[in-house]
Design a protein around this ligand. Structure first.
Ligand SMILES: Nc1ncnc2c1ncn2[C@@H]1O[C@H](COP(=O)(O)OP(=O)(O)O)[C@@H](O)[C@H]1O
Ligand SMILES: Nc1ccn([C@@H]2O[C@H](COP(=O)(O)OP(=O)(O)O)[C@@H](O)[C@H]2O)c(=O)n1
Length: 209
């Protein structure tokens, strides 16, 4: 069984992906980390984020096992990831490893922006997780403060809106629900409520499959 979760920044897709993976005993890949790590490699090498050759080399050099999540989850890395993610050659360089992960014999849970549309269009379950920009900014601000970053809610809200616009407007694999995805709006749901809704969608898809 492949479970594909897509959605905008801080909608809760990663939280749901981890919980669904634990519930069904499936491996989980947070595909945003691939773009964050690609951007991190460029920044560590003082390269520009729009240097296509270096960005492709950085993407090809990634290993799924060596992510230093702490260095990738900060505020500036989400923004930088979205810049490299708009480069078609970078996306192309990352497709095979994501598809290979999705095709693991026991199944997999992947979360990102293009899982249901590009990486695993035949996924058993597709959920597009969303929430209002304000709710997402609140959550991201709380999360970043919890990690020790001094952040301002309004600045985070601006970041989120800018990133949504860039991710939705890009030509290659834009952020959008697959036609057969179920939309899960978590604005008024806490984590438990969102998980219950995601499990209900998943169980219904399993019965249909
Ligand atoms: N339904 C929810 N209600 C409140 N907070 C949530 C909810 N879902 C996730 N969160 C919190 O919001 C933050 C962002 O969630 P995350 O799953 O990382 O989002 P995404 O992967 O979509 O960027 C995390 O701190 C997480 O604990
Ligand atoms: N499958 C994916 C995953 C992430 N991304 C890009 O990577 C950026 C960071 O993704 P993320 O999932 O780590 O970010 P959050 O949603 O957790 O804030 C996004 O803004 C997208 O530009 C993508 O293009 N395709």
């Amino acid at each position: 069984m492949i479970i594909a979760l897509d959605g905008p920044a801080a909608s809760g897709k990663g939280t749901l992906a981890r919980k669904l993976a634990a519930h069904y005993g499936l491996p989980h890949l947070d595909t945003g980390l691939l773009y964050r790590a690609t951007a991190r490699t460029l920044m560590d090498g003082d390269a520009r984020l729009d240097d296509v050759a270096k960005a492709v080399a950085a993407a090809r050099g990634l290993a799924l096992t060596d992510f230093e999540e702490d260095r990738l989850r900060g505020r500036e890395m989400g923004e930088a990831a979205s810049v490299v993610a708009a480069i078609p050659e970078v996306r192309a360089a990352l497709i095979d490893m994501q598809r290979a992960f999705a095709q693991r014999p026991q199944g997999a849970v992947l979360d990102g922006r293009d899982i249901g549309t590009v990486i695993a269009p035949h996924a058993t379950v597709k959920i597009f997780v969303t929430a209002s920009a304000e709710a997402r900014a609140q959550r991201r601000a709380l999360e970043l403060r919890g990690r020790g970053e001094a952040v301002d809610y309004h600045a985070i809200l601006d970041d989120i809106k800018k990133r949504d616009a860039r991710d939705s407007a890009r030509a290659d694999a834009p952020l959008k629900p697959a036609p057969d995805a179920k939309i899960l709006d978590t604005t008024d749901l806490n984590v438990e409520g969102a998980l219950a809704a995601a499990l209900a969608i998943t169980e219904a898809a399993i019965i249909r499959a």
